[in-house]
Design a protein around this ligand. Sequence first.
Ligand SMILES: Cc1cc2nc3c(=O)[nH]c(=O)nc-3n(C[C@H](O)[C@H](O)[C@H](O)COP(=O)(O)OP(=O)(O)OC[C@H]3O[C@@H](n4cnc5c(N)ncnc54)[C@H](O)[C@@H]3O)c2cc1C
Length: 297
Amino acid sequence: MIPPPFDYHRPRSLAEATGLLARLGEEARPIAGGHSLLPMMKLRLASPAHLVDLGELAELRGLEIGPARVRIGAMLTQREIVASEPLAEALPILRETALRIADPQVRARGTIGGNLANGDPGNDLPAVMLALDATYLLAGAGGERRVPARGFYAAAYVTALEPGEILTAVEIPRPAVGHGWAYEKLKRKVGDYATAAAAALLEVEGGRVARCAIGLTNLADTPLLAEAAAAAVIGSELGPEVLAEAAAEAEAITDPASDGRGPAAYRRKVGGVMVRRALEKAWARATGRGPAPGATP
Ligand SMILES: Cc1cc2nc3c(=O)[nH]c(=O)nc-3n(C[C@H](O)[C@H](O)[C@H](O)COP(=O)(O)OP(=O)(O)OC[C@H]3O[C@@H](n4cnc5c(N)ncnc54)[C@H](O)[C@@H]3O)c2cc1C
């Protein structure tokens, strides 16, 4: 379908962009890679009268990898996330996750900021940001503010973004050297959104899990932080009972829809399987000892 008519604006600075969005009001939407917004416009699920293109904003393009934190500009594409070696070294889970998004064509245009700001529970990067305890940097005509990823998602397509605000960057505390990570995603085919997916990050000290965080994708209206599941593995050697308990704790907080990807009960179960697999892989990476005891094939 052809989208409804709109006016197109291409500001040259962040100040110009936030000024434009404030002046044009709720009829205006920012556009980044366009790979979520344009399909919605073509389906007439969105019909903004004005598109404000973020493509020329140098302020949204930086990548800073510091000793304690990483700052990623909102306009970095998913392809750039995959391609950056320093980023993969600091935050390997980002490359693993970005590679599971759609296909190379989508990743060439789709941005990290668009993926995080969109609010679609099927987007893969938000659950990873919950697990990483990232902070989003937002800018509007009234100034700048910081919002934790863990407080950003309220419902499907409802986020902490106020009208006219732009997500400029995401700031992520660097996980410890030697941490384990994994993003496990079940999808029906290449290019599909997740039936269910899980991000796991953990640190092992003295042969036991010392710290852990788990995020879930497409298992509710919003990405989920599976706190009880993570608590279940802390202090353990990640044996079979612990893995089963973590999967059950994760399943308990999910509320997936029945849709083309399967009935809710199936998707919930797949969520538990993804948690188990992500934990096993993260453990193996952290310990260098191969799959955890009781690992599922
Ligand atoms: C065929 C196909 C398959 C896909 N599969 C997946 C998948 O498996 N997993 C996945 O995660 N994604 C998937 N996507 C979506 C893709 O990752 C999008 O690129 C991403 O969701 C949005 O990023 P974008 O830069 O294209 O944003 P846009 O489409 O330009 O914008 C999306 C929304 O975010 C807003 N927005 C964008 N940037 C900002 C910003 N900086 N500040 C404030 N608001 C902003 C826009 O106003 C709009 O509401 C798929 C897309 C397609 C077309």
